[in-house]
Write a protein that binds this ligand. Sequence first.
Ligand code: AMP
Ligand code: MG
Length: 488
Amino acid sequence: MLKLESLVFDNGFARLPEAYYSRVCPTPVPDPYLVCYSPQAAVLIDLDPAEMARPELVETLAGNRLLPGMDALAALYAGHQFGHYVPQLGDGRAILLGEVKNAAGEGWEVQLKGAGRTPYSRGGDGRAVLRSSIREFLCSEAMHALGIPTTRALAIVGSDHPVYREDVETAALVTRLAPSFVRFGSFEVFYYRNQIEPIRQLADYVIARYYPELAARAEPYAELLREVARRTAELMAQWQAVGFSHGVMNTDNMSILGLTLDYGPFGFLDAFDPGFVCNHSDSGGRYAFDQQPDVAAWNVTKLAQALVPLLSVETASAAIGDYPQQFGRAYIERMAAKFGLPPGGETVPLLMDTLQLLAQNRVDYTIFLRRLCDFDSTPGALNAPLRDLFPDRPAFDAWAARYAAALRQQDSADATRREAMRALNPKYILRNHLAEAAIRRAADHRDYSEIHRLHALLSRPYDEQPECEAYAAEPPDWAKRIEVSCSS
Ligand code: AMP
Ligand code: MG
């Protein structure tokens, strides 16, 4: 594990022509302090977690001091926001410091979010508030622990520098890590400017760096599109299966690596509600929970369109044509496994009917699935902990008989199935009210202990942690009043 001074930077993105970014340094903030960090993320860049508290590192993660080898820049991109093309977005408040090459040869880009204005700030202040930084930090690390592809979060650094949103808040910076932050919108910007060579060069860069196995194929650009579509379908299957709602699925928030990217007004389902809209600003429900797989498909067509100058319309359409099947297969496989059932046969109608029953009874999605792990398939078993979740007991009993029959058909022991199912159905997720409690303590009392507790808890989401039973409970009534929006 390395000291700060020994980190090796090798900035691949910065070697691309300047068409893709603007060199810009972070704007310093006064008196930065470390709020929290992820030791698991530190080791990705070979950084000794003991280094995290060093003042030099805190200054660096505040944007007050660059390390030798860093080459700071803000990336250009465009994107479809709520269905409408916006020709220039870009890193309006994120600054890529550089890329660390770890001992395993992996490159990790180190990016500060909330580092001050850039040429792409469009009237914004370039800042992020503590509240949204805590949410992004906790959720990125929680998603990773759930096994869902995501950008990572190394740390949050705060400052008393005031930031004006609906109220006055204070500034914070999240240090994000990812192999690449290239988005669908990074390609779209050049397509709509009619600049074909930059599209090609960016595609070549992405293939060479992140999809090297595609370089030798007959049609590498088509293969890239196919692979991005496949990863996106897989990601949507994971989001839907865990009950994650992103909130702002604009094409500028869609990763070319199939990672969950840009945590804003996200939310996890509490009661199962297909129409759940986590983003208070999304009045039309464009990004409602059950719309996500289709929205992602639409976003993939926008990427395909941006790549059409490199292929042909027919090849591009063919490359993304499998998305619906890929999503469907990945989702059903995952859901069937969560239920301890094989993916074929009667399982699909059973899954769909179960979700409908959960919606009708407003049953907590995560609690249901976790209790399902303990389901007793013996004929006549009451399964009281599960049954208690359903106001409509006769409907539950009919369903339980059907599920028990499906389990008995497979001849697997309840105990064996329980272990396998527990590894797929998390006990702990980042519910809004849990994040909110950590935010309140941090913002009102400079007490970061709840962030630390949640980070530790959510790094083992599938493990029973008896001392934290309360964190697995249904949300309290006050949680209904929490509003999250794009303002962050
Ligand atoms: P988001 O909805 O967070 O993905 O952001 C959409 C666009 O707005 C991106 O180009 C961001 O960089 C930009 N943006 C969001 N908040 C700010 C801010 N406070 N200052 C400058 N740009 C911002
Ligand atoms: Mg964004």
